[in-house]
Design a protein around this ligand. Structure first.
Ligand code: 8YV
Length: 329
């Protein structure tokens, strides 16, 4: 029976799988989540959580932490990315910050690989055409129609050598692809077997690659890391995929590069201004688009909920949470 002293665990919107935090009062936010910082603040101010589970777009800043109150012991992001959380403000207040690494890795790597294949073989245009009345009316396609690019034996550049980047590179081995990677430091797991990859500078990698997959977190340094100038380094037959964070790529410059034929195609799961991809990208079928669904397979989302629960249990017990981040970046 919950009492006034029962600690509250707030989850800002419903997630697949059940939250499992015995001894806590679990309060779930509205189906659509919170669309304004004020509404989110009112929710935390009302329920005074001991642990707060947030989505990657819920801004956790000084104002929200103040509204939550001094009893707040931890924030758990339902995501591996955490650029929405002001970790320094959390550290000041002794609030632990946790994420859901590993749970999102395979799902997001699958999606990135799917976007590579889909952009290479022009899936949006082909799908639309196959469903159209034009197909039976015109008859069988000419041998020069819907020509794409191929993956087998091509060079793949992974930008950001974390778990998801590794997962994409591992999948690419099935296509006999050569792996290059960009990272601030050497990652031997990218260089040893089975990947046998080579660390390169970003500009060098962009010049050499046939496929580029972006997996870097969003930080002040990675905002517009892939800009117009860098897109100009890429081959006109190349494909760029972003399943990380929208602002890492200059979306307008990318749309322009694809529209002008300076880049063969792109695959985007994330956008600079979510949930609004820019018009120039929406209108171009050589840019394959998905609506930020990297981790959206049932198993992976349920794993995220299980991992969030484990972190909340540890926070409430005063133990070290399993996926605790260092106090600040
Ligand atoms: C989303 C993600 O959290 O893990 C991340 O960083 O962006 C995703 O897994 C997920 O899609 C829920 O919105």
């Amino acid at each position: 029976m919950p009492t006034d002293t029962t600690p509250a665990v707030l989850v800002t919107r419903i997630t697949p799988g059940a939250m499992d935090v015995p001894g806590a009062r679990v309060v779930i936010g509205p189906e659509q989540g919170f669309d304004s910082p004020e509404a989110l603040r009112a929710f935390v101010a009302e329920h005074k959580p001991a642990a707060l589970v947030t989505m990657y777009y819920d801004r956790v800043d000084a104002a929200l932490l103040d509204a939550a109150g001094a009893q707040l012991r931890g924030v758990v992001n339902f995501a591996v990315g955490h650029e929405n959380i002001d970790r320094a403000e959390c550290a000041k207040r002794g609030v632990a910050v946790c994420t859901t690494p590993d749970a999102v890795t395979e799902g997001t790597a699958d999606l990135a690989f799917m976007l590579m294949l889909a952009a290479a073989r022009r899936l949006p245009a082909a799908d639309r055409y196959a469903r159209s009345d034009e197909y039976p009316a015109r008859g069988r396609l000419g041998m020069h129609e819907f020509l794409g690019v191929h993956l087998t034996g091509q060079t793949l550049l992974i930008v950001g050598a974390g778990r998801i980047g590794y997962g994409v590179a591992a999948r690419a081995l099935g296509w006999g692809m050569r792996i290059l990677y960009v990272a601030r430091s050497r990652h031997l797991e990218f260089e040893f077997a089975p990947l046998g990859g080579r660390r390169v500078g970003l500009d060098e990698g962009l010049r050499e690659a046939d496929f580029v997959s972006v997996h870097t977190p969003l930080t002040p340094e990675t905002r517009h890391l892939i800009n117009a100038e860098r897109l100009r380094l890429m081959k006109p037959t190349a494909v760029l995929v972003n399943t990380a964070r929208g602002p890492v790529v200059d979306e307008a410059a990318l749309a322009e590069a694809v529209a002008s034929g300076r880049l063969f195609g792109a695959g985007l799961d994330v956008y600079e201004f979510e949930p609004r991809p820019i018009e120039a990208a929406r209108g171009n079928l050589n840019i394959v688009m998905t609506p930020h669904i990297g981790s959206a397979s049932r198993v992976h989302r349920e794993l995220m909920t299980a991992m969030v629960s484990a972190n909340c249990r540890a926070i409430l017990a005063g133990a070290v949470p399993p996926s605790l981040l260092a106090p600040s970046r």
